[in-house]
Design a protein around this ligand. Structure first.
Ligand SMILES: *Cc1c(COP(=O)(O)O)cnc(C)c1O
Length: 223
């Protein structure tokens, strides 16, 4: 087995273990392999190992990779901060946008022609630079997504803060998700959990994991 195959199967086992510990069906958990800064050759190898969902966080890189790998029929997830002026272009290749975090971005994603799946990203820190809507502004933003044609709200996305344990942070997202479901009963998905905290995320109900380096190995330095 290649190193990539070995790491992928180790993570798959870790996910299955955590699902068992949580009393959950692993089939309800989608693993998005985050391939930012990685070459397309690595994404091809991932596809040959059965990976169907890949995530990228920079528009230009994502667009180029999605074009070059169109033959693989992968599902592309956009997980990074998104500038409103790039929003329409991201819609063209991404099936899921995980980082909807402000009204102006929702407006830029509006479409009468097609629908894209999205998550509203919540900021679990006090630092606005980390992306995500502040908890106080959650409901109005969710309502705006629901009122905007061309967006289907799947649920909430979050990144665990660096300076506190992940599990209670994910529990807060789970509680926010209950608030969201009063407005949008179907929006029950939770995009949370990365290489170092996916177990905690699964224990708190994550349905979409975004895992990079635990599967891909270290990222090459951005050029
Ligand atoms: C890079 C990234 C990930 C994956 O991070 P790892 O620590 O490599 O697993 C997940 N989510 C987002 C938003 C990212 O930018």
């Amino acid at each position: 087995m290649s190193e990539l195959a070995t790491r992928l199967s180790a993570v798959r086992e870790g996910i299955a273990d955590a699902a068992t510990a949580a009393g959950r069906d692993v089939a309800g958990i989608t693993t998005v392999v985050v391939t930012k800064f990685q070459p397309v050759s690595l994404i091809r190898e991932l596809a040959s190992l059965g990976v169907r969902d890949v995530g990228e966080n920079r528009h230009q890189e994502a667009q180029a990779k999605a074009r070059e790998l169109a033959d693989l029929g992968l599902t592309w997830h956009f997980v990074g901060q998104l500038q409103s002026k790039k929003a329409r272009q991201v819609r063209e290749y991404a099936s899921v946008i995980h980082s909807v975090d402000r009204t102006s971005l929702v407006d830029a994603l509006r479409s009468e022609e097609s629908t894209v799946d999205c998550f509203v990203q919540v900021n679990l820190t006090d630092d606005p630079g980390r992306g995500g809507v502040a908890e106080e502004a959650l409901e109005p933003l969710v309502q705006h997504v629901l009122d905007t044609p061309g967006l289907r709200l799947l649920g909430l996305m979050a990144v665990a803060p660096l300076d506190e344990p992940a599990r209670p942070a994910f529990a807060r997202v789970r509680a926010m998700s209950e608030r969201v479901r009063r407005l949008a009963p179907g929006a029950s998905a939770l995009s949370m959990g990365m290489s170092h905290d996916y177990r905690d995320a699964i224990l708190e109900g994550a349905t979409h994991l975004r895992i990079g380096t635990a599967i891909t190995g270290n990222r090459p330095t951005p050029g």
